[in-house]
Write a protein that binds this ligand. Structure first.
Ligand SMILES: *Cc1c(COP(=O)(O)O)cnc(C)c1O
Length: 473
């Protein structure tokens, strides 16, 4: 397919007037000497070009998207509609509080709702993603220990953690102490005890963890940490599994981030804006970034009066459109949020039981919203997990997350989400069983996949190390 530059045929677009533009008010030094190299095409050609491009993309509206750890569920379009209402979408971020009462009320209510869902006492909506929430949370933890004159340097992170966890702690100058998981895929309590000393500021935990397994000793862990004067950080990326059933406060956590773009209705793919609100307990609330949205009984306002605030972590107040979608989603779901979690867990267990006949399942236990297979059995025929993932693309299915978490060899991490029905799940099972059979009988078909996509195999190392993003003729 040609680029839009190559398609350019020098047809002018809309002409509003024959008069040359009057640009005398612009300083000459700002004017171009040569016309900009903008493609010239009629409107219909432009529409066809972008439609053709978009048809080459895979998206949730096209097929199944079992991307573990990312929660690529279907999000009702009505939430997009609400976020695009003019009063929300056109509101200038520098508007005075008194002229933005509706937006502030929405943010305040969302803060209150997230307090209920997490069990926590105060919330900031500023962070723009989960990783940004982690960074904010670690800065809060650092500020807390500074305030009590305790210079703790270490943060404990299990080997199953998402890579952003150690990255966030490290940026805050903490030293990372990794602990191994036990044979159940959970935190090894003895390993934890062996590294616990008065230099440990916190542990970062994901629960259910990245294997989709609930940490059954979470209460013992939180007691151990608190008895040691340490804090607990909850990575809420897997919140889809527990909404309304339990919460991080009940588990003993002090700080939590949520990924609104995973759990609460914003498409996660495509690199669009996200939101990673952070919720904290009473004792950390004076460290939140400014401003938080407060209510004085009459008016909503941006509150900069936070005693030990770590300062702003984002321009203005975060990604407002994402906040609107999350709030709309939560209001519409109401108590059905609880049911959404139940269905997410049911769907994952259904797939796990069906697929374990054909694929290795290193941790064969009831899972939460996702589970991790291993491609080891197929490896003996020369078919890797990468080949399996590429083959799924030929079957109108987005590949699952692969090679994560790192503790599972040839990992295939599957999260069906609550929004798929049984027919779709069965279709996926059939596709996976077909691929498992092909691995034995016709491995070359899989090792050379994908066969039907617009782009075949890319050189991933080259693409990452030498990205060439500029079109030159
Ligand atoms: C997605 C994810 C993150 C990071 O969240 P982003 O919003 O992508 O920055 C952190 N931890 C886990 C377990 C995740 O799945």
């Amino acid at each position: 397919m040609k680029t839009i530059f190559e398609k350019s045929n020098n047809v002018d677009g809309i002409t509003l007037t024959d008069e040359p533009a009057n640009v005398t008010f612009i300083d000459k030094s700002f004017l171009r000497n040569n016309p900009a190299g903008i493609p010239q095409l009629g409107e219909l050609e432009v529409l066809r070009h972008y439609k053709e491009l978009s048809d080459k993309n895979f998206c949730i509206e096209k097929g199944f998207y079992p991307l573990g750890s990312c929660t690529m569920k279907y999000n009702p379009k009505v939430n997009e509609l609400l976020a695009s209402l003019e009063g929300f979408a056109s509101l200038h971020p520098l508007t005075e509080d008194e002229d933005a009462q509706g937006a502030l009320e929405l943010m305040f209510n969302l803060q209150e709702t997230l307090k209920v869902l997490t069990g926590m006492d105060a919330v900031t909506l500023q962070p723009a993603a989960g990783a940004h929430g982690e960074l904010t949370g670690m800065m809060i933890i650092k500020a807390y220990f500074d305030s009590i004159g305790d210079n703790r340097k270490k943060v404990i992170i299990p080997d199953s953690a998402h890579g952003t966890n150690p990255a966030s702690a490290k940026i805050c100058d903490f030293e990372i102490v990794q602990i191994a998981s036990n044979e159940k895929g959970q935190v090894d309590i003895n390993a934890l005890k062996s590294v616990l000393d008065k230099d440990v500021a916190a542990i970062m935990l994901t629960n259910p963890n990245t294997l989709g397994i609930y940490e059954e000793n979470v209460l013992e862990i939180s007691k151990l940490m608190h008895d040691n004067g340490s804090l607990l950080y909850y990575d809420g990326a897997n919140f889809n599994a527990i909404m309304g059933h339990t919460n991080p406060k009940l588990m003993g956590f002090d700080v939590v981030h949520l990924n609104l773009h995973k759990t609460f209705s914003t498409p996660h793919g495509g690199g669009g804006p996200g939101a990673g609100p952070v919720a904290v307990t009473e004792k950390l609330k004076d460290f939140l970034p400014v401003p938080v949205v407060s209510f004085d009984g009459e008016k909503y306002f941006r509150n900069y009066n936070i005693k030990n605030s770590i300062g702003a972590v984002k321009s203005f107040y975060g990604n407002f459109g994402v906040l609107v979608k999350a709030y709309a989603y939560i209001l519409m779901m109401g108590k059905n949020l609880k049911e959404a979690s139940e269905n997410a867990v049911l769907n994952a267990n259904y797939l796990k039981e069906k697929l374990k006949q054909a694929f290795d399942l290193p941790y064969d236990v009831p899972c939460m919203h996702e589970f991790v297979l291993s491609g080891d059995r197929q490896k003996q025929f020369g078919v890797s997990t990468l080949n399996i993932a590429k083959s799924l693309m030929d079957e109108n299915t987005h590949p699952p997350t692969v090679y994560f978490p790192l503790i599972v060899h040839e990992a295939i991490m599957i999260e069906p989400t609550e929004s798929e029905n049984k027919e779709k799940l069965d279709e996926f099972v059939n596709v996976m069983l077909k691929i498992a059979k092909e691995a034995e009988l016709n491995p070359e078909k899989l090792t050379s996949a994908p066969h039907t996509t617009p782009v075949k195999r890319v050189d991933e190392t080259q693409a990452a190390r030498h990205p060439d993003l500029k079109f030159t003729e």
